[in-house]
Design a protein around this ligand. Sequence first.
Ligand code: ZN
Length: 290
Amino acid sequence: MRLCLGCGATFDGNDWRCPQCGAEPARIAGFPAFAPELARGAAGYDPAHFTELARLEASNFWFRARNRLIVWALERFFPDARSMLEVGCGTGFVLAGIAKALPRLRLTGSEAAAEGLAFAAERLPGATLVQMDALRIPFREEFDVVGAFDVIEHIEDDRAALAELAATIVPGGGLLVTVPQHPVLWSEYDVRAGHVRRYRAAELRARAMEAGFEIARMTSFVTLLLPLMFLSRFAQRAPKGQYDPAAELRLAPWLNRTLETVLDAERALIRAGVSLPAGGSLLLVGRKRR
Ligand SMILES: [Zn+2]
């Protein structure tokens, strides 16, 4: 169902016009815009960042490995899903990977920054794309699975965000979330990325359960690279020189390949049922209670 953010009515169909009050979303660059005030420079995200991100993520080991982990989790835990919403889809790199691997899924992507949607539209000719705030989603019990990949750590009120995600999922449907882990790894990188926090595993689990989910699986990833991360973050705490947040994405090709191989090895463990206890990131697979 669609939800009118004006009057709260829910309705079906492909038309965004509310049959109850007649309200219609604004349009920005052709996309229905439910939070136009956030379309430029959404909190914690610099839209100019998307141009470089779109270029770098396609070859970067971390984005590629995270995509494979997400596709694996979708196939493993939600083989019957027919529809999926990704909140905070950025440039559409994740959805494009899902579209290729799981063409049966009807995909919807959302993003606060309209610039990200323009990139996503090029990558995803078949998807529905909307501009919105993750805290006010214009859908109710619509999707078999909802994903938020490195999104909720940007949101001050993550409880409200998880509750809103839950409201958009059909009863018994799935939630996939990734977040940065371990407050001890907090660094200038997190500040520049617009993070509000890095999570402890117990904290993310509790938040998801509070929002109405059972936990189907939780694991760390980027575990084998943890010592490297710790060293590089620790070094960055020294106050010296200019900090370049994109530097983490610009890697020598041999290093990028090596790191991707490490994350592939790690994923083999996760697939085999090992839940890694520590790592730079956390994956949570939840199921909405009926
Ligand atoms: Zn209405």
